[in-house]
Design a protein around this ligand. Sequence first.
Ligand code: DAH
Length: 331
Amino acid sequence: MLAEIDAKERAALESITALTDAAALEAWKSKWIGPQGALRDFMAALKSVSKDEKPAVGARLNQCKGTLEAAYESRKLTLGATVSGPQIDVTEPAVELPQGCRHVIARTIEEIVDVFSRMGFAIADGPELEDEWHNFNALNIPADHPARGPADNFYLGGEAAGKLLLRTQTSTVQIRAMESQKPPLKVIAIGRVYRPDTHDATHYSMFHQVEGLYIDRGVSMVDLKTTLVQFAKVFFGPEAEVRMRPSFFPFTEPSAELDMKMKIKGEWKWVELGGCGMVDPNVLTAVGIDPEEWTGFAFGLGIERIAMRKYGITDIRLLFENDARFLRQFA
Ligand code: DAH
């Protein structure tokens, strides 16, 4: 046991010289001479030492205790450990607070608004809860059109006359803009639209569209294409292209399906983004604009489509499940 005490004492004295601050010195104290320290263990073990050896071991332990306490006191002085209480190191880097980030759809919207604003488009707005006039009638969608059915729309309050519904398209805002402003008119509208689709990787009951409308004298299909090509090149890069395929929408004549060529994982691919065309004279007439004097183009693009293709997101549900680990990737 004597040899053991010698060894411990040596170890304690050796380690104390390496200490550099008051906290470490306090830790040393409790390790060796504190109430739960190593010396205490020896004291406890003294009971089991034989009667003959006890006096010598006891004396040695007391001596060791004295030595270590003296070492503690002198080290305390040399460390200049006179300050008590918590000490603050002002040079430590601050604790980082968790930061939020913009949602990938919000960011995409900002970027789209930025591009069209620079092309002279103002922002128009309309309600998500709409009437049939703005969602259908004024857009030249006949009363018996299948797209008006309850399976394709979120109607409120059953099917009574003068029903309200969650808008299925931002084309409603074209009507609202033309009702409230006189041409020439150059606006985009961005917002949520709702359709009773079953959720899967490419369908969701709510998504976002960007709608464009330009009404002036002598606006032609060339202006439409130029505008969309400009947008595509700024948004997706100078190699981006735009393709129109003949199609049909009640509110445009002629109408086209709109594809843009964008870079997906390093490869340029055609992606279907929405529809466009020349505003149908019936639509202009419905809002009191003379189609003999004014012409215009319109387009509507799916924002989730744009964002998903741009960022390589393959499941639309990820955009709305609010898993911060997923969303943070696009910050
Ligand atoms: N509203 C159409 C839709 O949701 C998209 C669209 C097509 C908008 C042609 C337009 C347009 O403005 O001219 O499918």
